[in-house]
Design a binder for this molecule. Structure first.
Ligand code: ZN
Length: 388
């Protein structure tokens, strides 16, 4: 089967034209600072505000997008064209209201392939210099992973015989929110059910690279046949698509973010997810739940690592994946109580063994900001292999 992505609901033609023209107006109403200098900032997954350019010093100053008190000054992505190429280009953040600082600056000339750039803090501002080789350059906090990236990956890797079903998790959304079912063809109620959701927080783009590593393995011909025969995977690779597309952080978004809406959900997507999990838990042996996150974009960098929360707290029942994770991660897992009082409504409060007694292992995985893509993919692949 081929996945069809409908990025917009069917609307009357005039609506469509309005949308298209609004898009182009937005796209081209980039801030023109002089005849040649332009900021590119209204494409998918772009986020920056209060940008400026000084011709004399060839310096770009910018403020990361501020979408909530909790996450301001962390996440940004934008492009720039029309700077001087005869000298170094300096890029610096001018945000000083946050207790968090943006970090892990990466740049790209084609907005596809990004490279780390050495940055430092000077008077509380992130600063980096680059000798530009091309006319346009893009900057971001860490490697971006957009909705387009996900669509491209799924287009390139499907159809595949291991992907037995693809559905739209939330038909009310203007975006297609993929829910993938991966298993062997032969169905059986004895199959062990593994739910994996990812990107409840839009700015944690690292999480999607690990997710891609998981999917790459599951949708490869090398995938363990016995694993597919005995297990059924239900996977939501990108939960908060809207905020990913808008370039917002998603964390602590009002009235509450996806990850904190699980106790008595007000967001339809979480209601649908809870219903799907409960429904499928009756059809199969509900066995594991992973919620894949990334640390803050200012979090641990370059450690080639991940950590996870042990929410099960029941050593006897615990799956050996816990030990396996302990071996492949150099960090020790951090056990947390089943109810995190300070984070009411978190995913973890809902999906742990209090609701599903047969669950063997459930965890929130936190991925660090790693400089090598392959490491992300490897972590994802290892996580799946560790199940079996
Ligand atoms: Zn998160």
């Amino acid at each position: 089967m081929r996945i069809k992505f409908l990025t917009h609901k069917n609307t009357v033609c005039r609506d469509a034209i309005n949308r298209v023209s609004t898009f182009f107006i937005l796209f081209f109403s980039t801030l023109t600072l002089n005849a040649q200098t332009t900021f590119l900032k209204n494409s998918e997954n772009f986020s920056v505000c209060s940008e400026s350019y000084d011709y004399k010093t060839n310096t770009i100053s910018f403020k990361p997008y501020k979408d909530s008190l909790n996450t301001c000054a962390l996440w940004f992505r934008f492009g720039m064209t029309g700077y001087r190429k005869d000298t170094v280009l300096t890029v610096k953040s001018v945000f000083d209201e946050s207790s968090y600082n943006p970090s892990f600056l990466v740049f790209s000339y084609d907005n596809k392939e990004f490279f780390p750039i050495r940055n430092r803090y000077k008077n509380k501002h992130l600063e980096a210099v680059l000798k530009p080789e091309k006319d346009t350059v893009f900057f971001a906090t860490g490697y971006p992973y957009s909705y387009e990236n996900l669509k491209k990956f799924l287009d390139e890797n499907t159809p595949h015989k291991n992907l037995v079903k693809t559905e739209n998790l939330d038909t009310a959304s203007e975006f297609y929110i993929p829910l993938l079912t991966i298993t062997s063809k032969k169905d059986s109620p004895k199959k062990k059910l593994v739910w994996i959701i990812c990107r409840q927080h839009a700015f944690e783009s690292v999480a999607n690279f690990v997710m891609e590593g998981m999917l790459k393995y599951l949708l490869s011909d090398d995938c363990n046949k016995k694993l597919l025969k005995r297990y059924i995977f239900k996977i939501v690779p990108m939960t908060d698509v809207e905020n990913v597309v808008s370039g917002l952080s998603g964390r602590m978004s009002k009235p509450r973010d996806y990850n904190r809406d699980w106790d008595s959900p007000i967001r339809d997507r979480i209601k649908i997810l809870e219903n799907k999990i409960a429904e499928t838990a009756k059809e199969y042996q509900y066995y594991m739940f992973f919620d894949v996150h990334g640390t803050f974009p200012c979090g641990s960098i370059g450690t080639d690592d991940f950590s996870y929360f042990d929410l099960k707290g029941d050593a006897k029942k615990s799956h050996n994946l816990r030990d396996y994770f302990g071996r492949i991660s150099t960090k020790k897992f951090r056990p947390i109580p089943d109810n995190q009082q300070s984070y009411g409504g978190m995913t973890a409060d809902w999906w742990n063994f209090l609701n599903f007694k047969e669950l063997r292992f459930s965890t929130t995985v936190e991925i660090d900001w790693i400089e090598n893509y392959e490491t992300y993919y490897k972590i994802g692949e290892e996580m799946i292999k560790g199940i079996f």
